[in-house]
Design a protein around this ligand. Structure first.
Ligand SMILES: Nc1ncnc2c1ncn2[C@@H]1O[C@H](COP(=O)(O)OP(=O)(O)OP(=O)(O)O)[C@@H](O)[C@H]1O
Length: 595
């Protein structure tokens, strides 16, 4: 679909912490996209896989022809940028498969092809469509995937191609969470990490209506990134218009963070029910991100961003936070975008269905609103969301200031996902200790680890939030169900992003004057201002992390470019603070913990 070639200078980034920064240099191993030059550059020693290391079945062409009834039209599932996909059944096993017959562009070199297959054959995750076999007979190059009988997200959400009712809010968040987990695996667990490069709604397959388990596919044709081995490779943009990160479109520079951007577009599609690009809309609304960017700056408009088919049936705080996450992912500066692992954490919480029934979204009828006319205000009423949270406001309000400080104090050297899991289990006692240690370490290191990755010190935050959860006598049903779970404030995600942005770029752009202005303003208004000592340019972090959003709009009005997005994101979070609720939800570190 809409793939477009583009050339431009590619940065030769070398870093010991590429994955942490999300700016790894891509390694061209995409068979379909490889050029002869690139093949030479890789050299034998760079071939990370070969036929002997392939963890997938080697099919003959004849076997696959039999499986697909000679590639008959009736078996054709679809055709994309890399070739045709056929449904088949492997005669020997009866297994249903999807056979992708690659176009013969750059796939002739069997060694390269096998090398790629070897790499992909080791990528297995519940949220990825797994590669189970391949064929490299003569000039034929085929990839065999598990068959996943499902609509694509495009069909189900945007295409009106199904008879199913519109996805409700929590189903959408579940799809987003699942897709983010698949991407997280590619980024954090695959070795070398895989940059998807062309993540979009049609590359997300949804499971049955009952489970709606999102699976990403086509990552096999993404380029893999494996360090500096392909630094001189000519860039080639293979993304899809509307989903491509700006730096990718401009320069061909690809990174894990460009995937995060594409994911942000998908999340925005889920929230708004709008396509990434919709030429049937007025000019100013055709590009989803361009349409959304100004709205990110005005949290009051967030409810109007929601898909009218949701009929306002969503917890408004959740909507604000989902928009905030999308805004974070869509920041102009790649460094300012979150790591996908942190997005997973946030979305895992938002996809948790409250125990109270959720009103179904409206079915599209003749009388129902068309997508994105402004829906009639019909407040989402959930006892758990409104009453209980309102009741707890006093406790929580105080607690939240603590939270804010904790969040600020615990942006620390990040740990690998495995380490995170360990740290989540740590006790509150030890977390207090580590918090102190972290704070001093951060002060010395400017909040970044030696690897340069900034992230959340989970364990201390977990302890802090658990304590508050237990001390709150009047908590909502949803909160109760989460008491025992490990939690993290979505604010931290915001803070982390803004700190990255701050330290990397914003410090150069922002004036101390405006920083002081914003800081003092926030401080005087709510008296709970946390210190902004971490970075001279982290005023948004600091101010936004405080428990009030009042007046923040004007305080930020002089900010430009990507900072606006970050600011908007924080405004979004703060808008969850309307009334007496805590300004930010606490995000469970793992929904599985609660299930
Ligand atoms: N493993 C699979 N199981 C079930 N259906 C699949 C599978 N893989 C692909 N399909 C179907 O085949 C269609 C074509 O897929 P393909 O990857 O070729 O194209 P695309 O993703 O629509 O476009 P592009 O390749 O340009 O991203 C998809 O729309 C999907 O419905």
């Amino acid at each position: 679909m809409n793939c477009f070639p583009c050339c431009g200078p590619q940065k030769n980034k070398q870093s010991n912490s590429k994955r942490e920064h999300g700016t790894t240099t891509p390694m061209e191993v995409t068979s379909a996209a490889k050029t002869p030059d690139m093949k030479k550059q890789r050299g034998d020693e760079q071939m990370q896989g070969d036929a002997t290391n392939i963890n997938a079945q080697n099919f003959t062409f004849r076997e696959l022809a039999t499986a697909t009834k000679n590639f008959r039209q009736e078996c054709l599932l679809g055709e994309g940028g890399f070739g045709r996909v056929y449904k088949g059944v492997i005669p020997a096993t009866g297994q249903a498969v999807a056979v992708k017959q690659l176009d013969r562009h750059g796939t002739e070199n069997s060694k390269d092809f096998l090398s790629e297959v070897a790499l992909l054959s080791h990528v297995h995750h519940d949220n990825l469509v797994n590669l189970i076999g391949y064929c490299a007979d003569g000039e034929q190059r085929l990839l065999v995937y598990e068959y996943y009988p499902a609509y694509t997200l495009e069909d189900r959400l945007l295409g009106n191609k199904t008879d199913e009712p519109p996805l409700n809010w929590f189903e959408r968040m579940k799809v987003a969470a699942g897709a983010s987990k698949g991407l997280e695996y590619l980024h954090d667990n695959a070795n070398p990490p895989v940059i998807f490069r062309d993540l979009k709604a049609v590359n997300v397959l949804l499971g049955t209506e009952a489970d709606l388990n999102a699976k990403l596919y086509d990552f096999g044709l993404a380029k893999l990134c494996g360090g500096d081995k392909m630094n001189n490779a000519p860039p080639r943009v293979m993304g899809t218009y509307g989903y491509c990160a700006p730096e990718y479109t401009r320069t061909g520079q690809v990174s894990l963070k460009s995937d995060v951007y594409s994911f942000g577009v998908i999340l925005l599609e889920l929230i708004t029910g709008r396509r990434a690009v919709d030429t049937t809309k007025p000019n100013e609304e055709q590009n989803l991100v361009s349409w959304a960017q100004p709205l990110f700056r005005d949290p009051k408009k967030y409810p109007d961003m929601a898909d009218p088919l949701l009929n306002k049936h969503f917890p408004e705080k959740d909507l604000n936070q989902a928009v905030a996450i999308a805004a974070m992912c869509l920041q102009e500066e790649p460094e300012a975008r979150p790591l996908i692992g942190d997005v997973v954490t946030a979305l895992s919480f938002l996809s948790t269905t409250p125990t109270e029934p959720i009103p179904p979204p409206s079915l599209p009828t003749a009388t129902s609103v068309s997508r994105h006319s402004t829906a009639t205000e019909s407040e989402y009423e959930s006892e758990s969301e409104s009453e209980s949270e309102g009741e707890t406001s006093d406790d929580e309000g105080t607690d939240h200031e603590e939270d804010n400080k904790t969040a600020q104090n615990h942006v620390a050297a990040s740990e690998k996902p495995q380490k995170r899991a360990t740290s989540k289990k740590s006790s509150r006692k030890s977390s207090t200790k580590s918090r102190n240690e972290t704070t001093s370490k951060d002060s010395a290191e400017g909040g970044a680890s030696s690897s340069g990755k900034t992230s959340i010190k989970w364990q201390s935050f977990v302890g802090n939030l658990s304590q508050k959860s237990n001390s709150s006598k009047k908590s909502s049903t949803r909160e109760k169900s989460q008491k025992s779970s490990k939690k993290i404030s979505i604010k931290e995600l915001s803070q982390k992003c803004s700190r990255k942005s701050s330290t990397k770029d914003l410090s150069h752009k922002s004036s101390r004057k405006s920083s002081a202005k914003v800081s003092s303003r926030m401080q005087s208004e709510d008296g709970s201002m946390n210190s902004s000592h971490r970075s001279g340019s982290s005023q948004y972090t600091s101010s936004s992390m405080s428990s009030s959003s009042r007046g923040s709009g004007s305080a930020h009005s002089d900010v430009k470019g990507s900072r606006r997005t970050g600011e908007s994101m924080r405004l979004a979070m703060e808008s969850g603070d309307e009334g007496s609720n805590p300004p930010f939800d606490r995000i469970s570190s793992s929904d599985s913990d609660r299930r």
